[in-house]
Design a protein around this ligand. Structure first.
Ligand code: NDP
Length: 449
């Protein structure tokens, strides 16, 4: 129990009253409040300026109707959102998620986390997030295009290269970014870096698709270094099989580790011999078709498929949740540690429940929260923005080395703010406080706005 539990409880009580229908947002704030409130109590200028109270209130929330016509000629309606959370250190920056589960609570939690993550990268990017309850699965290319165009028709009023620069997230990859960019350009008659994750022929950065997964593995390598260890020979469980999971696997293989699982919303596969680059190429092709299921892998390579299950019961040294929020609970955390896992790093945003996080920290394993561990994607989005501004594209090698450098820098910040007396590195404290300070100081500099 924290010495500052009363302050934490009363802050959370007020937040819960105001946002009672937003459980994911409350969860994300609580995780930050638990570490940042004790810091604020010792650094009175933040308390005087009421920074925490101000930072949990988005600067702006936009909700809009997205009407479109399906292939059968029927009108359809979805709900679109953009949460412009904090612009203290730069234009709002954060992905767009297209998934039937999308609601304001989920986008506020993602936007809130994004503020700290973007700050940790040291690049000039504020925090935002958006999306829609549109489900791209099972839709034709034409339907996805119609939807994206309608979504952008409204969103284009609110974004811009110096205002708000969205990117991809679950359900939004290169295809969707392309359709949205095309529509923005047509409406505004402007070819600008208004979105990141663009195709490399038209302003995108090399390594952007790989960046979150690669960056995650670079971060894990840094964590292991603190215990004079490396990824070589480690068995790794990975969840998800989308963008982040695929490129995390790719970098794991390159560094000599053995990824043994992948999952999707249907279940997970366990390949005890390890997912090789060749098998991974198959997954990339398979998952390029959004409706395809990971169970196909089990059939093709004759391995076990566990329907409706998550991969945390499989013995491993390192676990990388890379699918979605709250996919790893307290029971999973206990199972992982019992089986010898001593590193958990989050490719997804908030994949571990609050109790699971507490368990990892109590047991002093190497636990890297998403804010720090998956910041590589947005970092390279930031590098894409600067390439768009200068109109000079960088080489693959240059971008990859910048990614590595940024992940190392984030790790150093976590060590700076998260080291405890016994040498344990509390990455939760490290990433929350490290991310908070820069934003809070900038808010103080800019006055009450
Ligand atoms: P993709 O859409 O490419 O892949 C998402 C994967 O997660 C799919 O395998 C999907 O399975 C699975 N998944 C989605 N929802 C659920 C669910 N409710 N239960 C179980 N599995 C689910 O998304 P990304 O790889 O881009 O994103 C994955 C995570 O990483 C998200 O939390 C995202 O916010 C985070 N992230 C992504 C970044 C990026 O650059 N892309 C940057 C930083 C964080 P199925 O195919 O069955 O839907």
């Amino acid at each position: 129990m924290s010495k500052y539990q009363n302050q934490i409880d009363s802050f959370m009580k007020e937040l819960e009253l105001k946002n009672s229908h937003e459980p994911e947002f409350i969860q994300a704030v609580e995780e930050v409040a638990e570490t940042v409130i004790p810091f604020i109590e010792k650094n009175i200028k933040y308390k005087t300026a009421k920074i925490l109270k101000r930072i949990v209130e988005p600067e702006r929330v936009i909700q809009f109707r997205v009407p479109w016509i399906d292939d059968a000629g029927e009108p359809q309606v979805n709900r679109g959102y953009r949460v412009e959370f904090n612009s203290a250190i730069g234009p709002y920056k954060g992905g767009l998620r297209f998934h039937p589960s999308v609601n304001l609570s989920i986008l506020k939690f993602l936007g809130f986390e994004q503020i700290f993550k973007n700050s940790l990268t040291t690049l000039p990017m504020g925090g935002g997030k958006g999306g829609s309850d549109f489900n791209p699965k099972g839709k034709s290319d034409n339907e996805v295009m119609k939807f994206c165009q309608s979504f952008m028709t409204e969103l284009s009023r609110h974004i811009g290269p110096n205002t708000d620069v969205p990117a991809g997230d679950i359900g939004v990859g290169g295809r969707e970014i392309g359709y949205m960019f095309g529509q923005y350009k047509k409406i505004r008659n402007a070819f600008t870096g208004v979105l990141t994750g663009k195709g490399t022929n038209w302003g995108g950065s090399l390594i952007r698709p790989e960046a979150t997964g690669y960056g995650l593995v670079y971060f894990v390598a840094e964590m292991l270094k603190t215990r004079e260890d490396s990824l070589n020979g480690k068995t790794v469980t990975v969840s998800g099989s989308g963008n982040v999971a695929q490129f995390a696997c790719e970098k794991l293989i390159e560094l000599g580790a053995k990824p043994v699982t992948l999952s999707d919303s249907g279940g997970f596969i366990h390949d005890p011999d390890g997912i090789t680059q060749e098998k991974l190429e198959y997954v990339k092709e398979l998952k390029g078709e959004r409706s395809a299921r990971i169970s196909e892998y089990a059939k093709k390579y004759n391995v076990e498929y566990f329907e409706g299950k998550r991969p945390w019961s499989i013995k491993c040294d390192v676990a990388l949740p890379c699918a979605t929020q709250n996919e790893l609970d307290f029971g999973d955390a206990k199972k992982l540690l019992k089986n010898g896992c001593f590193v958990v790093a989050e490719g997804a945003n908030m994949p571990s429940t609050t109790n699971a996080v507490h368990h990892f920290v109590d047991k002093k394993i190497l636990y890297g929260p998403g804010k720090a561990a998956n910041a590589g994607g947005v970092a390279i989005s930031g590098i894409e923005m600067s390439q768009n501004s200068t109109r000079i594209p960088l080489t693959r090698e240059k971008v990859d080395s910048l990614l590595k450098e940024i992940m190392e820098r984030i790790h150093t910040t976590c060590v700076k703010y998260g080291s405890e007396k016994d040498g344990f590195i509390n990455y939760v404290d490290g990433s929350n406080i490290g991310g908070f300070v820069r934003v809070a100081d900038s808010m103080i500099d800019q006055g009450i706005v």
